[in-house]
Design a protein around this ligand. Structure first.
Ligand SMILES: Nc1nc2c(ncn2[C@@H]2O[C@H](COP(=O)(O)OP(=O)(O)OP(=O)(O)O)[C@@H](O)[C@H]2O)c(=O)[nH]1
Length: 435
């Protein structure tokens, strides 16, 4: 941001400097010296059949034109003729390109019998309409102005004010394409007496003629400035978009990272929840796990057809521990749980370790008769299974179907039935009395 402000300030200063420089400097100047190399002639209307006479000479650095104007010709004139290019036949015409200048300054004094005008002609050569054999075919880019006598020096004339004389257009039958002012190949500059003249003596003193323009036009300067600012805006836009994309990519990456972490946390939390609900030794559900399945969120019991359980207890398990050691006891517990799970349907028959050597087989959609049949099947499997170390193992069960009672009362009824099974000699099933 800081560097951006710096750049804007620099651009602003450069723009201001360029505008100021353009205003006060960077001038293109061309001076026509009165006693220099440029041939300067005095011309009059004698060549057109008139009888005016003109002479020129230098006086203290000033070019003087003295003219005796006679009305014998329809358009009498005298002029100072500055020859800027060689117009000899057979040579390519190399005039001056005055289109590069904005204005011309004239340091002159004019004396006339009346308040007469004065004319400036910039004659242009263009092979489209000019013929070296005919001096009159050079285009007349002209201007005539009045109030010359006593005017402040210099007189600045904007070159945009030059116009092509209409008499010249019609005399030379110039096409529309070539009818506008043209200053690219100026061969001659003429300072001539005006159109509304009377007979008498005229004198023109010229000290200096100076053309001025700018090396860079206003339009070019504005184009450079606008391009500069547009370039800055473009670079800034590209930079911002790259930066934005980078930030976007970073945030997307972070989002992916967070999603992965969330997944991991989810899995961990599920794993922990699972561990809390499972018995560490046998891997089957524990008390908590069973209750989480049996109870709904609102505390009600999840049953459609009915909930029946078999409360299972291994017979004389203490003796197993005592005779074969706790480790064997553990292995027996693990195998006992696996055997029951292998012989039940996991989707509808849920085994949980209630504590010690006690298990509950819960059947959420079974009635008492169905669970009695299942219990009997399991009892027989346990009793006939080949246990390690040749151990003979049996189990007793109390089975019950839940009725309108609390879960605790229901378990207690099944427990009582189990107690009865133990009392009646073990390795058997007793159904709980109905509530
Ligand atoms: N190895 C092992 N033994 C356990 C575990 N939990 C409980 N026991 C043992 O299980 C035995 C249960 O004994 P009792 O309650 O007297 O019952 P029993 O010997 O099975 O006799 P009845 O139930 O009356 O048939 C105790 O010795 C406990 O130490 C366990 O996780 N591992």
């Amino acid at each position: 941001m800081k560097s951006e402000i710096k750049t804007i300030l620099v651009l602003f200063c450069v723009s201001a400097l360029m505008l100021i420089l353009h205003k006060v400097a960077l001038d293109r100047i061309f001076i026509i010296e009165m006693d220099g190399d440029i041939p300067i002639l005095a011309l009059d209307d004698k060549s057109a059949g008139g009888s005016s006479s003109a002479i020129t000479f230098m006086d203290g650095g000033r070019r003087i034109l003295q003219c005796e104007l006679s009305a014998s010709y329809q358009y009498p004139f005298c002029e100072l003729n500055f020859q800027l290019a060689d117009l000899s036949q057979g040579q390519p015409v190399k005039g001056g390109d005055f289109s590069k200048y904005d204005r011309v300054g004239l340091w002159l004094r004019y004396t006339a019998p009346v308040d007469a005008g004065i004319r400036l002609h910039l004659r242009n050569f263009n092979p489209d309409y000019s013929d070296l054999a005919d001096e009159n075919s050079l285009k007349f880019n002209s201007i005539e102005w009045f109030a010359v006598q006593g005017s402040t020096q210099p007189i600045w004339i904007p070159l945009d004010n030059m116009q092509v004389s209409t008499w010249w257009l019609s005399e030379n039958k110039v096409s529309l394409k070539n009818s506008g002012p043209e200053l690219t190949n100026i061969t001659t500059l003429e300072l001539s007496t005006g159109t509304m003249v009377v007979e008498g003596k005229y004198e023109l003193e010229v000290e200096k003629i100076e053309f001025r323009g700018k090396f860079i036009s206003k339009e070019q300067l504005y184009l450079i400035l606008v391009s500069m600012w547009m370039m800055f805006a473009f670079v800034r836009l590209v930079y911002s978009s790259i930066k934005f994309n980078k930030t976007l990519r970073f945030f997307k990456f972070r989002e992916q990272e967070l999603t992965t972490i969330n997944h991991l946390l989810d899995n961990k939390s599920r794993e922990l929840q699972d561990r809390v609900g499972r018995d560490v030794l046998t891997g089957v559900l524990n008390r908590q796990g069973l209750q989480a399945i049996i109870f709904n969120q609102d505390g009600s019991i999840n049953r459609t057809k009915g909930l029946s359980i078999a409360f299972i207890d291994i017979d004389y398990f203490k003796q197993v521990n005592d005779n074969f050691g706790h480790k064997v006891g553990d292995d027996i517990l693990i195998e006992f749980a696996r055997l029951i799970e292998d012989n039940t349907r996991h989707s509808t028959e849920i085994l949980a370790r209630w504590g010690g050597e006690e298990f509950i087989l819960a059947c959420p959609n079974s009635n008492l008769h169905e669970v009695e049949l299942l219990a009997e099947k399991i009892r027989a499997i346990i009793a006939s299974h080949r246990w390690p170390q040749g151990i003979k193992l049996t189990c007793s069960m109390g089975v019950a179907q839940m009725s309108e009672e609390t879960f605790e009362d229901f378990i207690q009824r099944a427990d009582l039935a189990l107690y009865q099974a133990k009392k009646r000699g073990r390795n058997r099933i007793v159904s709980a009395v109905k509530n």
